[in-house]
Design a protein around this ligand. Sequence first.
Ligand SMILES: [Zn+2]
Length: 145
Amino acid sequence: MFVKIRILGDCDGIGLYICNLSINLKWHLKKLENKTIGFAKSFSRPFPAVVVGAEFSYFKKTDKSKQIDSQILVRKLRDKLLTIGELYSKQNGNSVGCCAEVNCANQILIKRPFANLNNIKFSKAYRPRTMQVIPKCKNCKITFE
Ligand SMILES: [Zn+2]
């Protein structure tokens, strides 16, 4: 998600401030995207299905899709996932608690327990085998939006 701010007239005063803010935000989000792309390209066979990056308040993590270890799954995220269905059961075409987004967000929540699920930002998700961008699944939309 990029915030686009149109500057009317000269880039000065508050305009310049907003201009810088906008550039910083783009640059900042670009960093997460680049980190995720680098992570995706670091794999060789056997490739994970999908990788993604997550960020909360300048803290960034990348992870891949896999069944999340229930021992490390934080309560806040587990409770939300359980509103969709049992862990690892197939709901809306995807297995609950197996997405890269869930694994990545959980890493963030371990270090930043006060983060709200809907405040965690994600990079695009990539399939490392092809570098195809994979849209967020319905379960992740329910969990993080
Ligand atoms: Zn998902």
